[in-house]
Each structure stands twice: as structure tokens, then as C-alpha cells.
Design a protein around this ligand. Structure first.
Ligand code: FAD
Length: 469
């Protein structure tokens, strides 16, 4: 840009100065904004979508743990979007084995009208006092020379440049956030070990049928025929189904639209079905960021890898990450401290609540890239559903051998896979233990990462998988 053009641009750039700027009006952004606003600070949420389109986000619409969402947006606000609260089990279709496995799902689960939920959390953030600026695309960050502190963002609103100066910026811009391409993280321990192969590419349609499906109390899962991916059918109601599929980006790309269409055509319950809506996106199926803080800046939700890497469930993690980040920011503003040390408690709370568990679950994702899918499906088909549920949800190491012993006879032919699973589970437990000892200070991160990386080497060796990180 010439000097003349630069001064012309500067003349038209409008500057706003709230206490906190949140980029993205998704779950993480709305819960962060509501929490900050309730403490009496000025907070502006910047959302690239229009007011009518905001909240329309690609999702399977399954909301786990809705009974314990953060309070900054009252549950009564979002509850009307819960269209199906009668789901209590997973239904795993294994066509290779001609088997259907039913596994109970503990805890509160709802299939939701995702767009309605999206609108309601935006309203909830506004009720708490946050301002929402729609049609505002964030294009860059502002950083202080020397310290590297993030001091705001640059955006385009209705074709006009805008600068937002703020004490803190919350990056809630979702998967592959553009902000992280622009921040220079040299002055902090912010996790930059992020690669597209850590993401899953996913697509879903909202499909309407005339006659009620007879599995409206189940989340239906099915492995895809080609490439290692999976399909889902989640009933928003007994006649409105969220049907989708995804694959990890380490694998051969799938033809998501065609592959879904083919499966829908084969299912008699979808005869004459109408498609109401189509959306696709990437989601992080990886471990959470080792650190998601930098002076003046915090990343939350998908922008920090806060998704359960085995199920793709990210709504609950995003809501809590938003709350924890906001609480750390409020304390840091009060202390007048913008450094990563002042924000570190946020990392600790994320690891303590769900991050450690997600990092351990990621080990099974790593394993799945190395095992034969048919063999794994054969093994699953040989397992009793109740026992599998125990193994999945108890988190206890003793369940593994119990599961195997009771099913040993049935699972003849899959013993090698079982042995592999046991060894992997032991490694996952070791990793969980290490994450439970996540450092309480940025200065401790490097040593902790070395120990973690050594353990990851052992995990790659045990599973036979290529290194993921
Ligand atoms: C196909 C699919 C199925 C899924 N199924 C489930 C499921 O069943 N259950 C579940 O719990 N999770 C599911 N997930 C994951 C879940 O949707 C995410 O983890 C969750 O939405 C993350 O919330 P977030 O607030 O971090 O990001 P998002 O919800 O992605 O919100 C980010 C917001 O930032 C805005 N934005 C981005 N860039 C900019 C910019 N430069 N300027 C301004 N605004 C910007 C976006 O428009 C968006 O509104 C699924 C994801 C996909 C893709």
C-alpha cells in the first residue's frame, strides 16, 4: 500500500475500545462474553455472519452434559432448543458383521435444533450485557512491539475498516482460526504445533421423513464403506434427522456429499425424504492445546482443540472453556496484568475439567489409524453392549481385562487386537496421569512437554501408528 493509500485507509478506520473483544459468536464466544459482561466489563463480540445467519453452525446436534452448563447463560434460555431429550443409548451398526450393538449412554443427552440454540446463546450473551457486532470479519490482530502483547484486532464491517483496541482478545473463531495465523507467538508458550491432519472434515444434512423412525431414542453410528470414517444419524425429532459423516484428514479424502447420499438411499426409512439444510466444516479431533494463552490473548473452544477427539463432541468443552477464559481475564484485568502467567489458571482448569481426558482419548484415535478397521469392528461385534458401556464410561483400568475375560470365547480370532487394546489403554492411562500433573506455571511447561513427548513416542511404538504431533 502506498503512503497516500495508507493515510486514506487510516482516515476511514473507525476505532472502538471495549475492555474485551471476543471473536466469534459460537458457543465458546457467547459463554466467554456473557461471563465477562456479568462482571460489569464492556465486551463486544465480533461475528462475521449476518444477524439472521449467526448461530447457523455445522454440527451433529448432539449435546452431552447439558444438565451442567455454565450459569452465565441460564439453562432456561437454551432449553427450548432441546428438541429430543429421550435419547439414552448409542446404536452401532456394523454391516461387516451384520450386527447392531446397543450401548447405554449415561448422563443427560439432548439432540437439539442447533440454529435455534445458536440464536439463543447469542441472545443470552446480549442479556448479560455483551454487544454483538454482526457482519464483522476479523482480518488481523494488533500486537505491541517488544512484548508481543495482543492489544486488539482489525476487522472489516460492511466494507469499512475497523480497529478494536482491548485489554484482552478472546479467540473464539472456531477451527483453523485466522487469528492464529497472524499472532506472533514468539514471546509465549502458546501451542503452535497444529496441523491440518489433526482435523476431521465433516458434513451433515437435516433430513425430514414422513413416518417416524423407530430409533428416535438412539444416536446411530456406522463405519463408512470407503476410507476410515463414520456416519451418524441423530434424531432431532422422530421425523427430523441430522445425518452426517466425517473422516480424519490423515486419510484418503471421502466424497462426503455423495457418500452420505448413497447411504441415505439404501435406508428404507429415508424413502421420499426431504433435505432441509446442508452444512460442512472442519473440527479438531486432536489433543487440546498445551497452552492456549498469550499476553493479552486467549483461545477457546475449537480454536484451542477443546473437542472430544473420539466423538467429535465440542459444544460442552467450548462453553466451559469460554467461562474459564473469561474468569481468568476478569482477574487479570483487576490485577492489571496481561501476561501469560496471569492467564495460566485457565489452562489448568481446562486440563483439570476435560483436557486431560480428551488427551488420553486421543490415544485411541491414534490407534485407529494403525489397526485394521474390519478387525476392530469384528471385535466390537463380539462384545456385549453393557460391558462395552462400562469399559467406555468407567475410566477404570480394571474394566479392560474384565471385559476381555467375559468375552474371551466370543472374541476368538480377535485376541491380537484385544492385546493391542490393553497395551494401548495402559499407555492412555499413563498419559492421563501426566496430564493430571499439568504444570501450574508456564516455566514448568517445557519439562512437562518433554515427559509427555517421550510418552507419545512409546504410544506410537505400542500402537504402530505414525506420529500425530
Ligand atoms: C459436522 C460437525 C458435526 C459436529 N457434531 C457435534 C455434535 O453432535 N455435538 C457436539 O457437541 N459437537 C459437535 N461438533 C463440534 C462442535 O460443533 C464445535 O466443537 C463447537 O461448535 C465449537 O464451538 P466454538 O464456539 O469453539 O466454534 P464455532 O461454533 O465454530 O463458532 C465460531 C464462530 O466464529 C465465527 N468466526 C470465524 N472466523 C471469524 C472471523 N475471522 N471474524 C469474525 N467471526 C468469525 C464463525 O462465524 C462462528 O460463528 C461438530 C462439528 C462439525 C463440523
Amino acid at each position: 500500500m502506498s503512503t497516500q493509500e495508507q493515510s486514506a485507509a487510516a482516515a476511514t478506520t473507525e476505532t472502538r475500545s471495549p475492555d474485551v473483544v471476543v471473536v466469534g459468536a459460537g458457543t465458546a464466544g457467547c459463554y466467554a462474553a456473557a461471563t465477562v459482561a456479568r462482571e460489569g466489563y464492556d465486551v463486544v463480540v465480533l461475528e462475521r455472519k449476518s444477524e439472521s445467519e449467526a448461530g447457523h453452525i455445522a454440527c451433529g446436534d448432539a449435546l452431552k452434559g447439558a444438565d451442567a452448563f455454565p450459569e452465565s447463560i441460564p439453562k432456561s434460555r437454551i432449553e427450548p432448543a432441546f428438541t429430543n431429550t429421550g435419547v439414552d443409548h448409542g446404536r452401532f451398526e456394523i454391516p461387516q458383521e451384520d450386527t447392531v450393538l446397543e450401548i447405554p449412554i449415561p448422563g443427560e443427552l439432548a439432540v437439539i435444533d442447533r440454529w435455534e440454540y445458536g440464536r439463543r446463546i447469542i441472545d443470552g450473551a446480549e442479556d448479560a450485557g455483551a454487544e454483538i457486532h454482526y457482519d464483522t470479519v476479523v482480518t488481523n490482530v494488533c500486537q505491541e512491539d517488544g512484548t508481543g502483547r495482543v492489544t486488539g484486532v482489525e476487522a472489516i464491517h460492511d466494507g469499512e475498516s475497523r480497529t478494536y483496541d482491548a485489554e484482552f482478545v478472546v479467540d473464539a473463531a472456531g477451527s483453523l482460526s485466522i487469528l492464529q495465523d497472524n499472532v506472533d507467538f514468539a514471546e509465549s508458550t502458546f501451542d503452535t504445533n497444529v496441523n491440518y491432519t489433526h482435523f476431521c472434515s465433516a458434513y451433515r444434512e437435516i433430513v425430514r421423513v414422513d413416518d417416524p423412525v423407530d430409533w428416535s431414542d438412539a444416536l446411530v453410528f456406522k463405519p463408512t464403506e470407503r476410507a476410515a470414517g463414520y456416519l451418524w444419524y441423530f434424531p432431532r425429532t422422530d421425523t427430523e434427522i441430522n445425518a452426517g459423516l466425517g473422516f480424519q484428514m490423515t486419510e484418503e479424502p471421502m466424497q462426503l456429499v455423495d457418500d452420505l447420499k448413497r447411504d441415505l438411499e439404501r435406508r428404507p426409512e429415508f424413502d421420499g425424504a426431504e433435505v432441509d439444510d446442508k452444512l460442512g466444516a472442519a473440527l479438531p479431533t486432536r489433543r487440546p492445546y498445551d497452552s492456549a494463552v498469550h499476553p493479552g490473548y486467549v483461545a477457546v473452544g475449537d480454536a484451542a482443540g477443546h473437542v472430544n477427539p473420539t466423538t467429535g463432541g465440542g459444544i460442552a468443552g467450548a462453553a466451559y472453556a469460554g467461562k474459564y477464559a473469561a474468569e481468568a481475564i476478569v482477574e487479570a484485568i483487576a490485577a492489571g496484568d496481561y501476561g501469560e502467567k496471569a492467564l495460566w489458571e485457565y489452562n489448568e482448569r481446562v486440563m483439570d475439567h476435560f483436557g486431560a481426558r480428551y488427551a488420553a482419548l486421543d490415544v485411541y484415535n491414534i490407534l485407529s489409524t494403525a489397526v485394521d478397521v474390519d478387525d476392530l469392528m469384528g471385535l466390537l461385534a463380539a462384545m456385549p453392549g453393557e460391558k462395552l458401556a462400562e469399559a467406555l464410561y468407567s475410566g477404570s483400568t480394571s474394566i479392560g481385562p474384565k471385559l476381555a475375560l467375559e468375552s474371551l470365547y466370543k472374541s476368538y480370532g480377535h485376541w491380537e487386537t484385544i492385546l493391542n487394546l490393553f497395551r494401548t489403554k495402559r499407555r492412555a492411562d499413563e498419559l492421563l496421569e501426566l496430564y493430571e500433573a499439568y504444570p501450574s506455571h508456564p516455566a514448568g511447561l517445557e519439562h512437562w512437554q518433554r515427559r509427555r513427548d517421550d510418552l507419545m513416542e512409546e504410544i506410537y511404538e505400542t500402537t504402530g501408528a505414525d506420529p500425530k504431533y
